[in-house]
Design a protein around this ligand. Structure first.
Ligand code: X2X
Length: 345
């Protein structure tokens, strides 16, 4: 009898809970703190972008939305290619994430990793700020997250500990760390290198020990992470891919906020994204590229390619481009190619 009463009471409590609108994340029921995932911290343009976003949101909502930064993708133990799934599942509330790290789950994001698709910053902007950017945001929404703004990690230049790279033959046999989808492994295999997939957290000790010879990452990251101190003494400016960042919110969290706060968070992401892109390009978008002089002053050999030399890399990776164009979706890649051809310089 007693047991039955308990059961009935439990059933009643469950029914009452179910009747609550949206249970834990009802509209207007805010968490005391929201978790923002980032691969890189505030010493890097990426982390600064996240910090600017969090600060703008805190100020403009008078503290209603309080965001804490979790750099090093610590919410997922450093496993950056799981970030998108964790975001969707609600382990992460917000993120500023790279298209590379989310590309295993959202194959269209591989677009930016097609070798030599985007020749310059104007080409990157033609994609992210145009129709292609809108298509990709629609795709991300369909995947269950709320994308708000674009940022930038940057042009990923090849670095290594062994020798200057001027031709694909110079990459032969070099062990190169990559991350993201198998597109990167395909690209480096086509160039004769020996690609190895690992997280950023694992990569740095691997450079230091010499287990890995080289890597590719933006120059702002090179200096902030002091990659010259872990043997990366040779840089080649080849501009083969650039990874944008996306400012994004978990869908349930987004829907729990008032319309007014949603508008504030969106505008703050747009403002932070714009500032972050300027920070990411600092020292590289100017004609004399002062950041490269700084890097050379650290004892690093910075190699610039002639048009013909660069073309050899383009040719060697063309089969990879063709293969992945089909996997990403030919219509989307066609649209991107047209937007780049029509870009304003
Ligand atoms: O791991 C990398 O190379 C980094 C930091 O650039 C990304 O997260 C894509």
């Amino acid at each position: 009898m007693k047991f039955r009463r308990t059961l009935l009471a439990l059933a009643g409590a469950a029914a009452a809970l179910a009747a609550l609108p949206g249970a834990a994340l009802a509209q207007g029921s805010y968490k005391p703190e929201y978790k923002m995932s980032l691969v890189l911290g505030t010493a890097f343009p990426w982390g600064k972008g996240g910090e600017i976003w969090a600060n703008l949101v805190r100020e403009r909502t008078q503290g209603r939305i309080n965001i804490k930064l979790y750099p090093g993708v610590s919410l997922i133990q450093g496993d950056q290619t799981r970030e998108f799934s964790a975001l969707r599942q609600g382990v992460i509330d917000l993120a500023v994430g790279s298209t590379i790290n989310w590309s295993p789950q959202v194959r269209e994001l591989n677009l930016f990793s097609l070798p030599f698709l985007m020749p310059d910053y104007a080409a990157v902007d033609a994609l992210t700020q145009g129709e292609v950017g809108k298509d990709l945001f629609a795709r991300l929404e369909k995947a269950g997250v709320v994308p708000l703004a674009w940022g930038e990690n940057g042009y990923r230049e090849i670095t290594n500990s062994k020798r200057p790279i001027r031709a694909p033959a110079d990459l032969k046999g070099l062990k190169i760390r990559v991350v993201g989808s198998p597109l990167f492994a395909d690209t480096f295999t086509a160039l004769g290198a020996n690609p190895t997939q690992m997280s950023w957290a694992d990569a740095q000790p691997a450079f230091a020990s010499g287990a890995v010879d080289g890597q590719e990452n933006p120059m702002a990251l090179f200096t902030a992470a002091k990659l010259q101190t872990v043997g990366q003494k040779f840089v080649t400016m080849w501009g083969y891919v650039a990874d944008p960042l996306v400012f994004v919110v978990n869908k349930e969290v987004w829907e729990s906020w008032s319309k007014e706060d949603q508008a504030i968070v969106r505008q703050a992401a747009l403002d932070a994204g714009k500032q972050e892109i300027a920070i990411a390009r600092k020292g590289l978008s100017e004609a004399d590229k002062p950041l490269l002089k700084e890097i050379a002053a650290l004892g690093v050999t910075v190699t610039h390619l002639s048009a013909d030399e660069r073309d050899a890399f383009v040719k060697a990776t063309r089969p990879v481009y063709t293969k992945w164009k089909a996997q990403i979706g030919s219509a989307l890649v066609d649209k991107a190619e047209k937007a780049i051809a029509a870009r304003k310089m």
